[in-house]
Design a protein around this ligand. Sequence first.
Ligand SMILES: [Zn+2]
Length: 76
Amino acid sequence: MSNHSNYNPDNGLASMPQKYIGLFYNACSEPCDMLQGPCACGAWHHQEEWPDEIQEEIFGNVSVKESVIKRKPIIK
Ligand SMILES: [Zn+2]
């Protein structure tokens, strides 16, 4: 069973796995629902913004690109 179904390499879009929705917020009250592509928060996200473990899980690798932002989950 693969978790990679959240990522579609054909169009480059990756959705946030359900279990992580509510852990990541950007500049608005809508929780992030995309890892790569147009997000509910209004931003367009890129793989390298996310924690390494999530990149590994969803994309199958960790991006070598530098990111100005490294998103962190909310500690509840
Ligand atoms: Zn977002």
